[in-house]
Design a protein around this ligand. Structure first.
Ligand code: SPV
Ligand code: MG
Length: 285
């Protein structure tokens, strides 16, 4: 991942929640005017890895289970993976998460500067959620950095100031502090439907000394194109939940249709033909 960052204008990451969705990220490739386009890597999302287990995105899925998903994905794919570690947990526990992730071959971890019972960021202030102090979070970054074995493994600090309506100045102050304490990159999150606030942030961020790569997760402001992100200084874009969100509606439609018709025939168009699913994975026959 760190090598890719030096060689491309923006790194394009797509969520994977199991081996099959990992294979979609791995193998999807298109050509536009003879130019190839594909994803550079995968995002292990806390939201989707919790949702596939029927659990809320509140750090209820333990790290061992999360790592088991990644193990499944890595058995059949080759691209870099960025791991969503939520808050990173207690600093004393974060150390072991780092060691495990590195050993598995994960390229980077993102930890968010929240404390207490973590809730999904896109819920914003409609639920109680709290930001960690700058001092505490800097300590966590620093402890994580010391636990790393290889310098390639990136620790990315995620700033929740815009999610919690704390403003751009607070976000910039945090970015500077997190970088000073060892963050290898910064993720600025937003739940706004336009990119205005993240672009105001990046305008200031791009001028700070010792600037590190900048990560965007444009779930709520998804009219924004990758080209616009590049123009505003972003280095990594994470499409954070789209493999799971696109699969689920089709499953629900098929379940309803089978009940309605007492047979599965009407669902044929929603389903991959048996022959194709048998041929989907090399080595099936
Ligand atoms: C995730 O994908 O789990 C994330 C991004 O952390 S968000 O859901 O927007 O908080
Ligand atoms: Mg998450």
């Amino acid at each position: 991942l760190s090598r890719l960052l030096d060689s491309k204008p923006i790194i394009r990451i797509l969520e994977a929640h199991n081996a099959l969705s990992g294979l979609v990220v791995e193998n999807t490739k298109i050509f536009i005017e003879n130019k190839p386009y594909e994803f550079d890597g995968m995002w292990s999302s806390s939201l989707t890895d919790s949702t596939v287990r029927g659990k809320p995105d509140i750090e209820a899925v333990d790290v061992s289970s999360r790592l088991s998903t990644i193990n499944d994905i890595f058995e059949v794919t080759t691209k870099p993976l960025i791991y969503d570690a939520d808050t990173g947990g207690r600093p004393e526990h974060f150390v072991f998460t780092i060691r495990n992730l590195e050993r598995l071959g994960v390229s980077a971890v993102i930890i968010e500067d929240k404390i207490g019972l973590k809730k999904n960021s896109l819920l914003g202030n409609s639920v109680p959620q709290f930001q960690d102090s700058i001092e505490n979070f800097c300590k966590k970054i620093n402890i994580g950095k010391k636990a790393r074995v290889t310098s390639d493994f990136m620790i990315i600090a995620r700033i929740e100031s815009l999610i919690l309506d704390k403003g751009i100045d607070d976000a910039i102050e945090r970015a500077e502090a997190y970088i000073a304490h060892g963050a290898d990159a910064i993720m600025i999150h937003s739940r706004s439907s336009t990119p205005d606030e993240v672009f105001s942030f990046s305008k200031k961020y791009n001028t700070i000394s010792n600037r590190k790569p900048l990560v965007s997760v444009p779930t709520s402001y998804n009219k924004t194109t990758e080209d616009m992100l590049v123009d505003n200084g972003f280095n990594i874009v994470i499409h954070a939940n789209h493999m799971l969100r696109s699969a689920y509606p089709s499953m629900c439609e098929v379940a309803v249709s089978i009940l309605e018709h007492g047979r599965s025939y009407e669902s044929n168009d929603n389903c991959m033909p048996i022959k194709e699913i048998l041929n989907l994975i090399p080595g099936t026959n």
